[in-house]
Design a protein around this ligand. Structure first.
Ligand code: SF4
Length: 376
């Protein structure tokens, strides 16, 4: 990380101590970075379409991708998907224990399954044996919308207590079968319900926690809901892996997931653009410039910051804290800042090309610095 972003005590989040499990080759929990997940929405038996979507999500930064496997043709296709995927694949199973066994055999890194929903103890044992034999972890996925009937009868409605009890019942089944490679989620579309259930669970289990606000909505509303729900939990240290659920392209879910983590300093990837909303004082078209730069800089994976500020009111101050900065001045030109220092004047019409060049250069320098730090 560039020295411009050194850790300050008031920026640090103390993460809840969870035990670590592996999802394929990706650690989840403990001191592992918080991972970003998404889920494909292709027909899972269509290998080419599913692989293409998994790859696009991985390219956007997804650490783990979930694929729904509701029938035999999709568990068959899963074998090919797993082979082609650059990231571990979680198979999403709901009720059928055979799909879980097939998915484990097909190479799924993790099964999303609620052991209490798949039938009698023999079936549960068979699924757990398949998971053990094939090195799969399991995610228990409690959802406020599909709580067990006896819990709804007991609590009258979905509530944090019912969700926590459901989660602990499923955990007990796995533990009774000597299976410990599991993580847990307890999602709800209501942020208060989800947050209370997650907080309760976090206190009574050390299992890694998969965070999500389910059925959060479309791109804008779902992003806001997720940022509030997940942001609140992450800020209090809860959460080892996240999935943002949007009625949108899964690639967008990955981008939003990263933005949430980046805002809290929990993960760093790519260019963090700091830009002003613009007003009559702007020395250039801030909105169009930022839109162009967001597209042109998508290929940068190095964690770094760029400030694009319309005028000298806030520009120089922001530029002091970013790796590359541009502040609008007037008369068709502005000032470029590099590594927090004023560097040179630049004409507005060359701005996008020149800034892309400067960001690429700076990214190489930061990469070299990080490699040198790692070698020490
Ligand atoms: S930084 Fe300047 S241009 Fe941007 S919103 Fe503030 S006053 Fe307006």
């Amino acid at each position: 990380m560039s020295s411009l972003h050194s850790i300050r005590p008031w920026r640090q989040i103390d993460r809840r101590k969870s035990r670590q499990i592996m999802v394929g080759n990706v650690p989840v929990g403990g001191d592992a970075p918080i991972t970003v997940q998404t889920m494909t929405n292709t027909d899972s038996s269509d290998v080419a379409a599913t692989v293409a979507q998994v790859q696009a999500c991985a390219e956007a930064g997804a650490d783990i991708v979930r694929v729904s496997t509701p029938d035999e043709s999709s568990t068959k296709a899963l074998r090919e998907v797993v082979k082609e995927s650059p990231v571990p694949i979680v198979a999403d199973i709901h009720f059928h224990y055979k799909r879980a066994i097939e998915a484990a055999e097909a190479g799924a890194a993790c099964l999303r399954i609620n052991p209490g929903n798949i039938g009698d103890a023999t079936r549960v044992r068979e699924v757990i044996k398949a998971a053990k034999d094939h090195g799969c972890s399991i995610r228990i996925g409690v959802n406020a919308g599909s709580l067990e009937k006896h819990l709804l009868d007991k609590y009258a409605e979905p509530c944090p207590e019912a969700m926590i009890e459901s989660g602990m019942d499923h955990i007990r089944i796995l533990q009774d079968n000597d299976f410990h490679e599991f993580k847990i989620s307890c999602k709800a579309s209501d942020v208060f319900l989800a947050a209370a259930a997650y907080q309760g669970l976090a206190e009574i289990t050390d299992a890694p926690i998969h965070l999500g606000i389910t059925e959060a909505g479309g791109l804008t509303s779902g992003t806001i809901k997720s940022a509030i729900g997940l942001g609140n939990l992450l800020w209090s240290g809860i959460g080892d892996t996240i999935r943002v659920s949007l009625s949108a392209d899964p690639v967008e879910e990955v981008k939003v997931g990263y933005e949430i983590l980046k805002s809290l300093g929990l993960r760093h990837r790519g260019v963090n653009i700091i830009s002003c909303p613009s007003c009559a004082r702007q020395g250039f078209d801030v909105i169009k410039t930022v839109e162009a730069l967001e597209k042109r800089l998508e290929h940068i994976k190095t964690p770094m910051s760029l400030s694009i500020i319309g005028c000298v009111v806030n520009g120089p101050g922001e530029a002091l804290m970013t790796d590359v900065g541009f502040t609008g001045g007037g008369a068709g030109s502005g000032m470029v800042y590099l590594a927090g220092k004023q560097s040179h004047k630049l004409s507005n019409d060359q701005m996008v090309e020149h800034i892309v060049e400067q960001v690429e250069k700076r990214a190489s320098l930061i990469e070299a610095e990080m490699a040198a730090d790692a070698a020490e």
